[in-house]
Design a protein around this ligand. Structure first.
Ligand SMILES: [Zn+2]
Length: 133
């Protein structure tokens, strides 16, 4: 019989024990759970607090450096669930922010193009009259 392994959800912090990786899907988020590099027995020997602490650190360590910086002061005090939820929320906001930045860049370029076109039109319009003077 295969041994059980510990898996956790990077989105909500839920954890469970599975024999096969394909079964390790978070029942709440429906995402693939991440394998914890610690044996099932070792994990079982930890207290609930130690497990929360370990998984909190795992979730933060697998986040972007930006999230790691933001979460650093909270590591000690927050529960695993809160850390996971906050990390996910920050990642969402980061993605949203990136999209907004891209939109602003695109708008800037469009406005710039319009100003250029407008200037050209004005030049074409005024040039003949200038020549007459
Ligand atoms: Zn989940």
């Amino acid at each position: 019989m295969r041994e059980l392994s510990v898996y956790y959800c990077p989105k909500c912090g839920y954890y469970g024990y599975y024999q096969l990786p394909k079964n390790a899907v978070c029942p709440k988020c429906n995402v693939d759970m991440v394998h914890l590099s610690m044996s099932y027995q070792e994990f079982m020997n930890l207290t609930c607090e130690e497990r929360d602490d370990l998984l909190s650190r795992q979730i933060i360590a697998s986040s972007s450096p930006y999230i790691q910086r933001l979460m650093a002061p909270h590591k000690a005090n927050n529960s695993r669930e809160l850390v996971a939820v906050m990390s996910t929320r920050i990642a969402d906001l980061e993605a949203e922010n990136k999209k907004l930045n891209e939109t602003v860049e695109w708008m800037h370029q469009t406005i710039w193009d319009l100003i250029h076109k407008n200037k050209k039109l004005q030049q074409n319009f005024t040039e003949p009259s200038e020549k007459q003077d």
